[in-house]
Design a protein around this ligand. Structure first.
Ligand code: SD4
Length: 291
């Protein structure tokens, strides 16, 4: 059991993201502000090729972003397949706070960004993404590869000192996906789910495999029925394995916490890790895996 407040986020970029989240929490006291600010750090990280506009593009050479945000009272917002917006997580928050909707996609999401005064970026690939895309075009083969840079979405879940929960998830999705493809990250219940009565969960990995089992919602519901976060993550991975073919080519990982501050993480294959942050510490932890 970790102390509160507690912030967890996926992969190595979780460390600086957690640090930004905790600094924001100290400043405003809002766990929602914290999980938004934390992943904004990753959205700007030029070394990360699967979050933000620097991320790897789809097959047409266009980078499209997915993001979602949720608080423990059931409020949520998301954007999918959105272009030219640097901070899709903030756009997801605007959908949550300023519209009667939960989800906006594509050109509609971009129009909403313009209406809300978000800067619209020039559409061009980052140098690293361009180089990778040019290489990919030579063979144009699409095969998800486990734990390489096309699997490092950031999902963040957090709890303030009073036990209020919030979460965020943001990604450029799978590299070289079909144009229009939407992953798990902007789908409430798949890439992210948060309930103040129970806990929170987020997911990373092959979105299709996660959507198929409503992974994050499944974990929160298992915790509601009494499983620990670790047991719930393991059960969700088992379910995912049972519902997906070619599991040797599929990586997916889950990260969860309950209201008590217990933590769970589990993945299909080795290699998944997460950052665990409190007011006084911020460390990387390796997740166990099924295989
Ligand atoms: C997706 N889940 O779009 C994302 C990709 C990912 O770590 O998580 N990468 O399918």
């Amino acid at each position: 059991i970790a102390e509160k407040p507690l912030i967890l986020s996926t992969w190595n970029h979780g460390l600086p993201a957690n640090a930004a989240a905790i600094a924001k929490l100290k400043e405003t006291g809002s766990i929602l502000d914290a999980v938004e600010t934390g992943v904004k750090d990753t959205e700007l990280d030029l070394s990360n090729l699967s979050v933000g506009l620097q991320g790897l593009p789809d097959r047409e050479g266009i980078t499209t972003l997915d993001a979602s945000i949720m608080t423990g009272d059931g409020s949520c917002g998301s954007v999918a397949f959105v272009r030219q917006v640097k901070h899709p997580i903030s756009l997801a928050r605007a959908v949550m706070e300023k519209t009667p909707h939960v989800m906006l996609a594509g050109e509609g999401a971009r129009q909403f960004a313009i209406a809300e005064g978000f800067p619209i970026e020039k559409e061009e690939l980052s140098p690293k993404a361009k180089e990778a895309y040019e290489k990919w075009k030579i063979t144009s083969k699409y095969k998800p590869v486990i734990n390489i840079e096309n699997h490092d979405t950031i999902g963040m879940i957090g709890m303030d000192k009073d036990g209020n929960l919030a979460g965020s998830c943001t990604t450029s999705g799978l590299a070289y996906k079909m144009h229009g493809r939407v992953g798990d990250s902007p789908i409430i219940g798949a890439g992210l789910y948060v309930d103040n009565e129970v806990g929170a969960a987020t997911a990373t990995g092959l979105g299709e495999s996660i959507i198929r089992v409503c992974g994050s919602f499944l974990i929160v519901e298992l915790m509601r029925q009494g499983r620990s976060p670790q047991e719930a993550c393991e059960e969700a991975v088992k379910r995912l394995i049972s519902k997906n073919k070619n599991i040797k080519d599929i990586q997916a990982g889950f990260l969860a916490m309950n209201k008590e501050g217990q933590i769970g993480a589990y993945a299909v294959h080795p290699g998944f890790n997460f950052a665990q942050g409190t007011l006084g510490s911020n460390v990387m932890v390796d997740s166990k895996s099924h295989f």
